[in-house]
Design a protein around this ligand. Structure first.
Ligand code: FAD
Length: 365
């Protein structure tokens, strides 16, 4: 992954701002990163992946997040799709689907629906199977990377419980409507999806009928939360660097901005935000890599801490750069818009607070 960092930096160069304004990433860039296994680096080597630890993949995710949150968002979706397959699929399905995701194929994950956002128990998409065919009917909203995806992992009601099904984006009955003018991560390929009695082979349904919706969703979201958290740590690193450089080089009232105490306060807060977020991510990744039962809560904590700090930190960075950071293409302006959305996805701030409060009450001595 050390090579991956340099590669990503050179492939993205200084294009992230232009891609954000255009609302589109180059598909060949995504396929190149995918074929190198970099979009889902934790997939084991036996499936063509890099077999990275959560900590190493997290550091890499932060690096990408410090440069381009849209590319990082695509990584989050790809990794979440791969993790869902690793966790929910049987051995034959893993062998069929995971190598596609480490050889240039692109994936998205669809939970949210028009009537089921924070409350995923309201999901109404139906997956049915009879004989050798499964049928998927429903609507999904704001699916990241769906515009680029070859396959979509769709969560829905299945039998008495819940299921996830791998749906080729090209299957008849799949309709992909890009989200127009998103506030942030504008090039991440968000789309609203309709599945109109889409027929896929029955072996595309992951696992049996025995899953409950909370179990399925918790498994997939755990990866997504880790990835978003590390991405936010990266946003903070990028903002801290941009604010520090500007404060050193720009003079007002006869001295550098960095020598004005009220500007120093912004820089100190940014440094603290970056360090706190990073430590929370490291802790969560260590729990993940150790297979600790704490990993699920640690992922929620990391996501909550990093997203909230990134949103505040990006606002502080815009304040330090002022007019120099106040146009769409500036890194801090993108960070300001991107980080706000990170407080909404993979469990909004409020949903994270509820999970953490339940944990605190349950474990209080
Ligand atoms: P709502 O659920 O309507 O919530 C509105 C507000 O009410 C929020 O502030 C929420 O925190 C608060 N709220 C809701 N319930 C409670 C409660 N019980 N107590 C306190 N406050 C509450 N979905 C996917 O399936 N796949 C994706 O790849 C994906 N990518 C996304 C990318 C972006 C950039 C965004 C913005 C969204 C994405 N989503 C995706 C959708 C995302 O998961 C939902 O937006 C999120 O779950 C919130 O749902 P909602 O927008 O319907 O808000």
């Amino acid at each position: 992954l050390a090579d991956g960092r340099e590669l990503v930096a050179s492939l993205i160069g200084d294009e992230a701002g232009a891609w954000d304004v255009a609302g589109r990433l180059p598909a060949e860039l995504l396929r190149d990163l995918g074929a190198r296994g970099l979009l889902c680096a934790q997939v084991p080597a036996e499936f063509g992946g890099l077999g990275a630890s959560s900590l190493d993949n997290g550091e890499f995710t932060a690096h990408v997040g410090s440069i381009c949150s849209s590319v990082r968002s695509v990584m989050t979706s790809q990794g979440m799709a791969a993790w869902s397959i690793q966790r929910l699929a049987d051995a034959q399905q893993r062998r069929a689907f995971l190598p596609q995701l480490t050889s240039g194929g692109l994936a998205a994950v669809a939970f949210s629906e028009p009537e089921a956002g924070s409350d995923l128990s309201a999901v109404s998409t139906e997956i049915t199977s009879s004989g050798r065919t499964a049928v998927v009917t429903g609507r999904k909203k704001w699916t990241t990377a769906a515009v680029y995806a070859d396959v979509i992992v769709v969560f829905g009601r299945y039998g008495d419980g819940a299921g996830a099904v791998v749906v080729p984006a090209s299957a008849p009955g799949v309709h992909v409507a890009p989200v127009e003018n998103p506030l942030g991560c504008r090039a991440a390929g968000h789309a609203n999806l309709t599945f109109d009695a889409v027929r896929v082979p029955a072996e595309n349904v992951l696992g049996g009928t025995g899953f409950s919706l909370p179990l399925l969703v918790t498994a997939a979201l755990a990866y997504g939360r880790m990835s978003v958290a590390w991405g936010c740590a990266g946003i903070l690193r990028g903002c801290l660097s941009a604010a520090a450089h500007h404060a050193r080089s720009r003079e007002q009232f006869g001295k550098p901005l960095a020598d004005h105490q009220l500007v120093q306060r912004h820089l100190a807060d940014l440094l603290a935000a970056e360090q706190i977020s990073r430590r929370a991510c490291e802790h969560a990744s260590r729990c993940w890599d150790a297979g600790s039962p704490e990993a699920v809560t640690a992922a929620v904590l990391a996501k909550y801490v990093a997203a909230a700090h990134a949103a505040r930190g990006a606002a502080a960075a815009v304040q330090v750069l002022a007019s120099a950071g106040a146009t769409d293409q500036q890194l801090v302006a993108r960070a300001y818009r991107d980080s706000k959305l990170m407080e909404i996805i993979e469990g909004s701030n409020e949903i994270c607070q509820m999970i953490l409060a339940d944990h605190a009450v349950a474990t209080a001595c």
